[in-house]
Design a protein around this ligand. Structure first.
Ligand code: NAD
Length: 243
């Protein structure tokens, strides 16, 4: 009871994170980087059409990403986001499919684009009955491996052109934010990039990115032009001073 009252008094901080927050963990970003994503055209590995045309190639691509993911560790950026839960009611809305926020200790995470460590039915991707969580022992999906409904087991990833099932939940969280923080996203992928439009007028907005990121006009955004780790250290100082 006492704890509930304390939490309700805490300011709500909502993070919108993208591939950039995981860059220092050695997990490559999507654009402007010679990583895995650059060597495979998006149309082949991140669309329903690509899956239909060549499930073997797509399965191999996500198997490789998973192998990279288990070698990667959360960096200071992820850790600081999680640590802020001691002082704020924190929700992480992430476009990332990795599990580095979870492994850093964040407790409220909305994955907009699915999760690399999960696989699902090709015929009914969001049916929880057929969603399976992979682990170190079963990391690699075999070519032709089937889901429980008999369809081909596919990555539980929201591909380009597919609906974003957790968007409503994300909008709800953002609409209630006292502080909104954008970290490591080029804001090129919609509908995630449009979440800024739901931030209340009264909320303070911060953006952490080492490069210039264009934000919609009409919003006062305090830019911290740094990589995620250093940027989060700076943000933590600002937020703790004000709280
Ligand atoms: P993006 O690659 O388009 O943009 C990455 C942003 O991160 C850029 O603005 C870049 O300047 C910034 N950045 C680079 N290094 C950084 C650092 N060290 N610290 C902070 N910021 C840094 O990524 P996006 O906007 O997330 O969109 C790409 C899409 O691809 C997403 O929808 C996501 O699902 C997918 N993706 C996910 C992962 C992952 O799960 N880690 C990785 C690659 C791509």
């Amino acid at each position: 009871m006492r704890q509930t009252r304390l939490i309700s008094k805490m300011k709500k901080v909502v993070f919108l994170t993208g591939a950039g927050i995981s860059a220092e963990s050695g997990f490559s970003t999507f654009r402007g980087n010679n990583g895995l994503w650059d060597n495979y055209p998006v149309e082949q590995v991140a669309t329903p059409q690509g899956w239909k045309e060549n499930p073997t190639l797509v399965t191999d691509f996500y198997n490789n990403l998973r192998k990279n993911l288990i070698k990667a560790k959360p960096n200071e950026g992820h850790l600081k986001v999680a640590e802020l839960e001691e002082h704020f009611d924190v929700t992480v809305v992430t476009q990332n499919v990795d599990n580095l926020h979870e492994r850093a200790g964040s407790s409220k995470i909305i994955h907009l684009h699915g999760e690399l460590m999960k696989v699902c039915s090709s015929d009914d991707p969001d049916n929880p009955e057929y969603i399976e969580t992979l682990d170190d022992e079963h990391l690699i999906v075999k070519h032709g491996e089937l889901a429980k409904d008999g369809s081909l087991l596919r990555p539980w990833i929201v591909w380009f052109g597919e609906a974003v099932p957790r968007m409503e939940e994300a909008i709800e969280a953002v609409s209630d934010a006292d502080i909104f923080v954008i970290v490591g996203t080029s804001l090129n992928v919609y509908p995630a990039a449009g979440l800024i439009n739901f931030v209340p007028q009264s909320a303070k907005i911060y953006l952490i990115d080492p490069f210039n990121v264009e934000t919609p006009r009409g919003y006062a955004v305090e830019v911290i032009q740094e990589v995620a780790s250093k940027g989060m250290r700076i943000l933590e100082q600002i937020l703790l001073k004000k709280s």
